[in-house]
Each structure stands twice: as structure tokens, then as C-alpha cells.
Design a protein around this ligand. Structure first.
Ligand SMILES: *[C@@H]1O[C@H](CO)[C@@H](O)[C@H](O)[C@H]1NC(C)=O
Ligand SMILES: *[C@@H]1O[C@H](CO)[C@@H](O)[C@H](O)[C@H]1NC(C)=O
Ligand SMILES: *[C@@H]1O[C@H](CO)[C@@H](O)[C@H](O)[C@H]1NC(C)=O
Ligand SMILES: *[C@@H]1O[C@H](CO)[C@@H](O)[C@H](O)[C@H]1NC(C)=O
Ligand SMILES: *[C@@H]1O[C@H](CO)[C@@H](O)[C@H](O)[C@H]1NC(C)=O
Length: 539
């Protein structure tokens, strides 16, 4: 392997904190960047030295203001990816830098620079870059008749951010980064996974939460499930399940499956163990005629709690039983995420009649694979061979992207690369978090430093709601500050793995109630041990 001067330098400084302690020096070096930066296709919009604990004006229309926790140099810039597309980005370069580079990912269909993650990364002493994914705002409208903007969103933005960010930090700190990282969840998880497969050289460590991979199938699954449940006043009304009956369904799911992990605590640790029987809720049966379901409603439940197939081929895993009590996607509205993706990204139209949505639309999405977004390729050989580490987590009560897809992705990678579990463990680890919703929230011990601290998480959550057009069942909660050790902080766990070779065995999360729980590494499952009165990971 060829080791350039940059890599040698990187090896030498890798574990040495690097400080730019003198504020005056930092400020003048920062302002110099305006004239010293010269990056192809890139225009520097603004350079400013920002002192810690300051509120600043964001770019774009997504957020009203952003918080800067630590003193840093802020570079706002735009990279033109074609005559009709551009990526707006920011580099936050902290005075106190530990030689690490971090790119933060996006969410949903946005269009939004994740300022909370810029703040999180820089406060953890990473030179942190984030981009707007090639468009501004929460919607997919900018994709219409512009496949360049679509490509930025689907595959290009993170790659460009990685290249430009490394150049900016090298100019500022007058040395290259030692190690490079990616952090993101949902669409961010997909971006990280795409990077591991297609841009193996960009990152040494990738933290990919609840990845929305196999994107076209995920979209189609959302559509088919929404259709199966129907809408209150549409032709499917017989199958529609109103909110008060979902409460009954959620209770029955718990009655049948809560105890399977050894403890009745309102959480199903392993949803795939739960063979929920919805027919128990049929009217006229054991329950009489109160709070009961019609045969059409029971059929709808059978559909959503089964994997989706098309012509004998698996499309996507099932909706995880136990997540219906955490969040509710089946509101009767056709899913906004799919509706926008389909109109603006796939068929190039501003309107579409989704009342007859079916398999044909799914096949069309597949065949067009707009922007090359699918992200369903299990060959991470190049990434693994250069020492890359892929760390992924998924909530077991994720009602937006089912956790089953992360298991399926694990199988895809292990079968594509021909690897056993111990071989996978050397570079690819999946942690499943019981009772955790999509990326954050839920009754489980969901907080393990995956997205930063309290305020940031709240901001991110409102982004998510706007992006998804979905409502959260759980109310916003107050969270403790981010934990700053690798046992409780998955970003630091990744750093330990990449830089110290210490791979995480478990990840410990904290719940809203303050209770901690160690999450297990797939394929181990979490079981309550009566004797020790503790959760254990069993194979
Ligand atoms: C700069 O943009 C041009 C045209 O859009 C493209 O061909 C070229 O590859 C870009 N350069 C870099 C370094 O991305
Ligand atoms: C985490 O701890 C390290 C040393 O223990 C400290 O240097 C660093 O500033 C802390 N980071 C945060 C975000 O609290
Ligand atoms: C129910 O019908 C009304 C009137 O046609 C319509 O505005 C509304 O969007 C429908 N609701 C759903 C959930 O389809
Ligand atoms: C929509 O436009 C893109 C090019 O921007 C094209 O690849 C795609 O096939 C079009 N969709 C349909 C349904 O024609
Ligand atoms: C995986 O990618 C590598 C190149 O990085 C290639 O040599 C190898 O043949 C690929 N393996 C499979 C199974 O496609």
C-alpha cells in the first residue's frame, strides 16, 4: 500500500490532541481563509470566527437559528455540481481540535443543513462538515425535472462534503486530518451505508443509524401498508382502524408478546419473536362487541405484520409489532414521504392519483431507481480492506423504518462478502435497541449520544416530523446532557474502534426515565435473567 506524506503525518498525530488555544491567532487564521481557500467549483460565501455559546443565523429556510457551543471558525460555502445544481455546506472548525474529521448526514427528503450535528461534532472536537443535500427545504419539489438535484440528494452530497471538508480543514489547521468519520440516521444512515459501499476511501468510521436503505422498496412498503389499512372515508373504510382501536391493538400486542423476553415491561425486545394473532380481537368472539375489530380490520393487521412480497419476491420486512404503541404511521393519509418522492423524483409530475396505488407503482420506482438511490449492495470489501469500521444501530420499536431491514442488510453484506458472524464483527456491528423509535425517542433506553444533546435532539425531531409529515405519539421529553464516554456514547465507541482497535461489545443507552440498558450486538438478543435480575445478551 502506498503511504503518502499526508498519511504518514496522520499516523503520527493520530492520538495527539491538537490545540489552537490562542483565540487571536485562531481568529486571524480563520479570517484568512476567505482569501486562502481555493477549491474547485466552490465559492466561499462567508467566513467568521464564532465564540462559544453564540446563536448564529443558518443558511437556507429550514431552521430559524443555530447554536454554536464552542469557539470555532465557521466557513459557509457552495459547491456547484453542475450548471443546474449546487450543494450548500458549512465547515465548523473548533479551536480545540483532536485531528478528527466528521461529516454529518441529513434526514427525510431534506434539504436541511443539520446544525445540531455541526454543533455536536465540533463540541466533541471534530472538524465537522454538513451540507444541505443539494436543495433547500423539507420537500422533494426541487427534484422536479432536475436529475442533477436528484443526484446530489441520492448519492453526491456526502461525497462532495467529504472532499471539500478535508481540503478546508487542511488549509485551516495546516495539516491533514488523522481519521475521518460519518454520523447520520435515517436518510443519514442510508448516506453512510452508501459511502461504505461506493466511496470506501472517504471515511475510516461510519455511524449509520436506522438506515433507510433499499430506499425504493421502503417507499413502496409505506404505500402498500397505507393502502392496506385505508382511510376513514375512502372505499377502504371497512379496514380503516381509528386511533382509539389502535390503542386496543397495541394492548393486545403487548398481552401476547411482552413476556417473551422474560419481563413484562411494555417493550418487546425482539419483535421477530412475536407471532401476533390479530383474530383474537374479532367482534363477536371472546371480547364480545366492544373495542373489537371487523374481519376487514383484522385482515389489514395481518398484512402490516407480515413481510411485503411482490410476485414471490420479498419487498420489505414487516412492521414491527410493538411499534404501533410508540408511533402511528397509519393515519389514513397517504404517506407524504412516498407521495413527494413518487411525484417529483420518479414520474416528474406535480399531481398523481394515489387512490389506486399498487404493485405497478412499486415496480416503476424500482426500474427508474431515481438518482441511483436504492442503496442495496452488500459489497463493502474495499471499505473493510482499508480498515474501515461500520457501526449501525436500529430501534426495535421503529415505526418508520422497520428494524427487520437492518437484519436483512446484515445478511446481505455477510452473504455478498461470504463472511461468518465473527468475520463480520471485525468491521460491521449492528446494535438493536428495544423500545427505541426511529433514531431517537420511545420507551426504551434510546439515548446513547447518537445525535447529540437534549436541545439538539428536539430540533432534529421537529425536522423529522416536518420532513416525514408524520406525527409522533410520544411527547417531547427532557433529556440529560450527552454522555461523554465510549460505553454510553456510540460516536466515541466508534472512535475507540477505529483508533484503538477496541470494538464495542454492547452500547448502553439511557431512557427518559433515567434507566440504563446495554444493547446487544446482533445476532445476540436481549433476554431478562430472573436470577441476576439483569438483561443479558444471548446468542
Ligand atoms: C467541477 O464541475 C465540473 C462541471 O460541473 C465537473 O466536470 C468537474 O468534475 C468538477 N470538479 C470537481 C473536482 O468536482
Ligand atoms: C469529553 O471528555 C474529554 C476528556 O475526558 C474532554 O476533553 C472533552 O471536552 C469532553 N467533551 C465534551 C463534549 O464534554
Ligand atoms: C375525507 O374526505 C374529505 C372530503 O372529500 C377529504 O377532504 C379528506 O382529505 C378525506 N380524508 C382522508 C383521510 O382521506
Ligand atoms: C422522470 O425524469 C427522469 C429524468 O430526469 C427520467 O429518468 C425518468 O424516467 C422520468 N420518469 C418517467 C416516469 O418517465
Ligand atoms: C467487491 O468489490 C471488490 C472491489 O472493491 C471486487 O474486487 C470484488 O470482486 C467485489 N465482490 C463481489 C462479490 O462483487
Amino acid at each position: 500500500m502506498y503511504l503518502g506524506l499526508g498519511s504518514l503525518l496522520a499516523l503520527v498525530i493520530q492520538n495527539l490532541p491538537f490545540y489552537l488555544q490562542d483565540t487571536t491567532t485562531a481568529e486571524s487564521r480563520c479570517l484568512d481563509l476567505e482569501s486562502t481557500l481555493n477549491i474547485e467549483n466552490t465559492t466561499i460565501l462567508n467566513v467568521a470566527y464564532v465564540r462559544g455559546d453564540t446563536r448564529v443565523q443558518p443558511q437556507g429556510t429550514c431552521a430559524g437559528e443555530a447554536h454554536v457551543s464552542v469557539s470555532l471558525c465557521r466557513v459557509q460555502y457552495v459547491t456547484h455540481t453542475s450548471a443546474r445544481s449546487a450543494i450548500h455546506a458549512e465547515a465548523w472548525l473548533p479551536d480545540e481540535w483532536y485531528g478528527r474529521f466528521l461529516v454529518a448526514g441529513n434526514g427525510g427528503l431534506g434539504g436541511c443543513i443539520p446544525y445540531n450535528l455541526l454543533d455536536y461534532g465540533s463540541s466533541m472536537h471534530f472538524a465537522t462538515i454538513a451540507a444541505d443535500n443539494g436543495h433547500d427545504g423539507y420537500t422533494a419539489v426541487p427534484f422536479l425535472h432536475n436529475d442533477q438535484v436528484l443526484q446530489d440528494f441520492a448519492t453526491r452530497s456526502i461525497h462532495i462534503a467529504s472532499l471539500t471538508g478535508k481540503e478546508i480543514l487542511r488549509t485551516y489547521y495546516a495539516r491533514p486530518h488523522a481519521k475521518s468519520y460519518f454520523l447520520g440516521c435515517s436518510t443519514g444512515g442510508r448516506q453512510g451505508t452508501y459511502s461504505a459501499v461506493h466511496h470506501a476511501e472517504n471515511f475510516d468510521g461510519i455511524l449509520a443509524g436506522a438506515p433507510g436503505t433499499d430506499w425504493n422498496h421502503l417507499m413502496h412498503w409505506m404505500g402498500m401498508l397505507a393502502r392496506a389499512v385505508g382511510a376513514p372515508n375512502a372505499s377502504k373504510s371497512a379496514s380503516f382502524i381509528p386511533p382509539e382501536l389502535w390503542r386496543v391493538v397495541a394492548e393486545e400486542v403487548m398481552a401476547q408478546c411482552d413476556g417473551l423476553d422474560g419481563l413484562e415491561d411494555g417493550m418487546i425486545s425482539e419483535p421477530d419473536e412475536c407471532g401476533f394473532r390479530p383474530e383474537v380481537l374479532l367482534c363477536g368472539g371472546a371480547r364480545g362487541n366492544k373495542e373489537c375489530l371487523t374481519p376487514a380490520q383484522v385482515d389489514a393487521l395481518r398484512t402490516i405484520y407480515s413481510p411485503l412480497y411482490d410476485a414471490g419476491q420479498l419487498v420489505y420486512p414487516r412492521f414491527d409489532p410493538g411499534s404501533e404503541g410508540v408511533g402511528m404511521p397509519f393515519t389514513g393519509e397517504f404517506p407524504e414521504l412516498l407521495s413527494q418522492w413518487f411525484k417529483y423524483g420518479v414520474i416528474n409530475a406535480t399531481s398523481y392519483d394515489f387512490s389506486t396505488y399498487g404493485p405497478a407503482e412499486g415496480r416503476l420506482m424500482d426500474s427508474i431507481n431515481a438518482g441511483g438511490i436504492a442503496t442495496w449492495d452488500g459489497n463493502m470489501s474495499a471499505f473493510r480492506d482499508r480498515g474501515g469500521k461500520y457501526l449501525t444501530y436500529h430501534g426495535q420499536a421503529d415505526w418508520i423504518v422497520p428494524a427487520g431491514n437492518s437484519k436483512r442488510q446484515y445478511s446481505l453484506v455477510s452473504s455478498t462478502m461470504g463472511l461468518s458472524t465473527p468475520e463480520m464483527d471485525s468491521f460491521y456491528r449492528l446494535f438493536l435497541a428495544p423500545g427505541m423509535a426511529h433514531c431517537l425517542d420511545g420507551p426504551g433506553a434510546w439515548d446513547f449520544g447518537q445525535l447529540g444533546h437534549a436541545e439538539a435532539v428536539t430540533l432534529w425531531q421537529s425536522d423529522l416530523e416536518l420532513t416525514m409529515g408524520l406525527r409522533h405519539a410520544a411527547a417531547g421529553n427532557v433529556h440529560t446532557p450527552v454522555r461523554n464516554d465510549s460505553a454510553h456514547n456510540i460516536l466515541l465507541a466508534l472512535v475507540d474502534w477505529v483508533e484503538g482497535g477496541m470494538a464495542p461489545e454492547t452500547i448502553t443507552g439511557t431512557g427518559d426515565d433515567g434507566v440504563e440498558r446495554a444493547h446487544c450486538r446482533y445476532p445476540a438478543v436481549s433476554m431478562w435473567d430472573e436470577e441476576s435480575e439483569e438483561w443479558q445478551c444471548v446468542m
